[in-house]
Design a protein around this ligand. Structure first.
Ligand code: GLU
Length: 412
């Protein structure tokens, strides 16, 4: 049975690269009816951050990347000790400076990487290495092998920066007399300048993406596309479709650039395709019930085509909730005339409904010989405080007669 895992360290954040590697593992497990393991590498006490494990779990859960089994290396210390001592007894390891060192055969090491093909390290690049440090904790290269072996991991799918660790790990499998799993090294995410993704150049914490108003489905879709291409070149697809079509052979070899503009576009596509009620619920949850539900429900359809992230709702829609401060510099010429004429005609409108309001307003602009575009722009600024807004007539319908006229009068 296929068994795969990810092995993040609890450094205090859930890294977008962890999500990316999880996606490949999860898709591979699901496609093959296997299991996906979350194993926390928490043996380096100096790097561990309080609450770091929960942060990882929350980040992955937010994206819907759920695991079947969970382990912490810190609860398995006696296991690593036991195997290190066994290797000592068998003469396959020796003690030095209080630590334990594995003897490594002087021979070329190769494996057939499922993403990158045959990889070989010449004998002189592999040498003896520490498996237990002098503080008694195992090294990464040893613990990872003991765990993958004991947990019957069949495929190690991880980022390419671990290629150089693989020869040592293969040496450890051999010394332990363990089966060597398959390896698949997927390309690392890159900043625009092609350097390894880093927080100085790109936000990397999943919590940042959540707070910014990216939808988990959109981020997942975006991450899938970064490392993999759909057989029909589709761009927008969900996790089920990813799983169905997933194949390690379609994983890209070149480092994918994390392109924020593309992510924004993708997120916008997901927002546009949401049904109105779901979008209103999503916005309500995102803003922690700060906005009145009834107004949210009415305004969500109007902003849907205009926001790429949930956080953009605020600046676009705040005028629905409170009267904006008006910067008079935004008005065009003759604005007082325009507003006065609008007030006059709006006061006598009976049917306060977008189409009718539109007709009435166009009628007054034409009658008075106003330039229609200038006229509506001035009204827009007076009512919303901005020049770029959701559709005007629909917005005015939502605001209602009294509020709209009040706003127009305020600036007169
Ligand atoms: N802690 C390592 C990482 O997150 C695990 C590497 C591995 O999967 O073996 O990069």
């Amino acid at each position: 049975m296929v068994r795969v895992r990810i092995a993040p360290s609890p450094t205090g954040m859930a890294h977008v690269g962890t999500a990316y590697v999880s996606l490949f593992n999860l898709a591979f497990a699901r496609k093959n009816g296997g299991k996906f393991i979350l194993r926390i590498e928490d043996t380096d006490k100096k790097r561990e951050v309080e609450g770091g494990i929960d942060v990882i779990k929350e980040g992955l859960s937010w994206l819907g990347l759920t695991w079947d089994e969970f382990y912490r290396q810190s609860e398995r210390l006696s296991i690593y000790k036991e195997y290190a001592e066994k290797l000592l007894k068998e003469g396959k390891a020796y003690e030095e400076d209080g630590g334990i060192i594995l003897k490594v055969e002087k021979e070329d090491v190769s494996w057939k990487d499922l993403v990158r093909g045959e990889i070989t390290f010449p004998a002189d690049e592999v040498s003896d290495f520490a498996i237990i440090k002098k503080d008694g904790f195992p090294t990464y290269n040893f613990a990872v092998v003991v765990d993958d072996w004991q947990m019957k991991v069949t495929h190690v799918i991880r980022a390419e920066d671990h290629i150089s660790n693989t020869p040592r790990q293969i040496a450890a499998y051999k010394a332990l007399g363990a089966n060597i799993p398959e390896f698949a090294h997927v390309p690392l995410l890159r900043n625009k300048d092609k350097s390894k993704i880093s927080k100085r150049k790109n936000p990397v914490a999943l919590s940042w993406y959540k707070e910014e108003g990216y939808l988990p489905e959109a981020l997942v879709n975006f991450l899938c596309l970064l490392g993999w291409s759909h057989p029909e070149e589709k761009e927008v697809f969900d996790m089920d479709e990813f799983v169905k079509n997933f194949d390690l052979e379609r994983v890209r070899k070149a480092g994918p650039v994390f392109d924020m503009d593309k992510l924004d576009w993708m997120n916008g596509e997901y927002i546009k395709s949401m049904d109105d009620k779901k979008l209103a619920d999503t916005l309500a949850a995102f803003y922690k019930e700060r906005y009145e539900k009834d107004l949210l429900t009415k305004t969500a359809p109007l902003v849907k085509e205009r926001i790429r992230k949930l956080s953009e709702y605020e600046s676009l829609a705040s005028f629905y909730y409170e009267q904006p401060k008006i910067d008079k510099e935004l008005f065009g010429k003759d604005y007082k005339d325009h507003l006065e004429s609008a007030v006059e005609v709006l006061e006598s409108v009976g049917k306060w409904e977008a189409n009718n309001l539109g007709e009435v307003l166009v009628g007054v602009a034409d009658k008075k010989g106003f330039h229609r575009g200038d006229f509506f722009m001035n009204l827009r600024v007076a009512v919303t405080g901005k020049k770029v807004t959701p559709p005007f007539n629909e917005s005015v319908e939502i605001l209602g007669k009294e509020e709209t006229i009040k706003r127009l009068k305020t600036v007169l």
